[in-house]
Design a protein around this ligand. Structure first.
Ligand code: UDP
Length: 397
């Protein structure tokens, strides 16, 4: 198949760990490579963020990144990109008139808006993965949500008009149903993990005497790092290593101040963002991985920890309900006392840690390896193509 992956703000080539670059970038890069590995021709379309970026960049055998000029060729916060989606759609349509994909798979709602508009001009079946939903974001963030006001309505529009919705977890399916997205078009395919790098054996980062709690991810308030720093007060002896974010981020400054408030500054280490290939050795150095966001559309990080055999403490939200089950401890979000209790239970019990770690490795290998996830994605595309062909035949008579 010729497959177009559209990821307007999240380039598979970008460095991750900043405010707007994380799981979606990693997911799109790995999905493109895994689909190409299965013999497909894959083009990933993403917005040009610098004048020096070439039109096409080969990213893996059979997979190319194509930069689309839409808006200024510079970094723009994703919440300011909607006005440029019409240009993005025009450019997509222009390219598709020369290279027509069999299927277009849009990632995030804005890509969906541009992809549906382009598919009006060049008839291409559209699959959509939201990665995050406005309804959930608004529920948790309220007025702090900086998404454009049109997002909710446009997301519903994409949900109703895309030929297939590829959700990443069962909690998302529930949310989509409340949004009125027809359930017969929704299929669940989780995000994947690279099992050749994320595995228990391999290089391990240096660690001192203290038990190590690791946190990893974009440094934004909803990731709940304040809850974890608060909890550390009641987990004496342990150190907390925080990976992700940059010292200039507002949240970084706030969290650094919070470590002083809770009297744990000497036990917290801010590492900043690290390249993705350095993540496995950091995970392997940890006694436990903690991820306690308020909400989480999928959460690749706990699956990466599981694949490395590291037990997980996670909030019982979103994708964690599917992934972490049986491989870690799930607790309600924003409850520092419960995080502390879970951490103390785990750190006091090497047998429990080993048991949960081993269960994580088994579960990650059985469900989340990229070859398997790419195969399931391919099935979803084939089902979409079959439905589109049926609809065409019915329309023709
Ligand atoms: N990540 C990374 N370096 C960092 C911080 C994060 O490579 O400094 C990666 C992490 O390993 C994971 C992704 O970014 O693959 C985060 O994905 P997740 O779904 O957990 O969170 P999101 O960014 O989508 O909110």
């Amino acid at each position: 198949m010729r497959i177009a992956l559209i990821s307007e703000h999240a380039s598979p080539l970008a460095a991750v760990g900043g405010v707007d670059a994380g799981g979606q970038n990693i997911h799109v890069a790995a999905l493109a490579a895994a689909l190409a590995e299965r013999g497909h021709e894959v083009v990933v379309y993403t917005r040009r963020t610098s004048e020096v970026e070439p039109h096409n960049v080969p990213m893996a055998p059979g997979a190319t990144v194509r930069h689309i000029t839409a808006g200024p060729p510079e970094a723009v916060p994703k919440d300011d990109l909607l006005p440029h989606m019409a240009d993005f759609a025009t450019e997509l349509g222009r390219h598709w008139s020369r290279w027509t994909p069999d299927v277009a798979h849009a990632h995030f709602w804005m890509s969906g808006v541009a992809t549906l508009a382009a598919s009006q001009k060049v008839d291409v079946p559209v699959a959509q993965t939201f990665h995050a939903l406005a309804t959930v974001k608004r529920r948790w963030q309220g007025d702090a949500d900086t998404s454009p006001p049109e997002r909710m309505a446009l997301e519903e529009h994409v949900g109703r008009h895309a030929g297939a919705i590829i959700a990443t977890c069962s909690d998302e399916v529930r949310e989509l149903s409340v949004m009125g997205v027809p359930q017969d078009r929704v299929v669940v395919v989780p995000c994947g993990v690279d099992l050749s790098s994320f595995q228990p054996r391999g290089e391990c980062a240096w660690k001192g005497e203290r038990p190590r709690i690791l946190s990893l991810g974009r440094m934004v308030p909803r990731k709940g790092l304040d809850t974890l720093i608060h909890a550390l007060r009641d987990v004496p002896e342990a150190e907390l290593m925080i990976v992700g974010g940059e010292p200039c981020d507002e949240e970084y400054v706030r969290l650094a101040a919070l470590t002083a408030v809770h009297g744990v500054s000497d036990r917290v280490r801010f590492v900043g963002s690290v390249p993705h290939n350095e993540v496995p050795k950091l995970l392997r150095s940890a006694d436990v991985l903690v991820t306690v966001p308020w909400y989480e559309p999928f959460g690749i990080v706990p699956v990466e920890a599981m694949a490395c055999g590291v037990p997980v403490v996670a909030s019982a939200v979103g994708g964690h309900l599917d992934t972490v089950a049986g491989c870690g401890l799930l607790i309600p979000p924003r409850q520092p006392e419960l995080v502390a209790r879970a951490l103390n239970d785990l750190l006091a019990d090497a047998h429990l840690r080993a048991r949960l770690g081993a269960a994580g490795v088994r579960r990650a290998r059985a469900r989340y390896g990229w070859p398997r996830v790419a195969e399931r994605t391919e099935h979803a595309y084939k089902a979409l193509l079959a439905t589109s062909a049926d609809q065409l035949a019915a329309a023709e008579g």
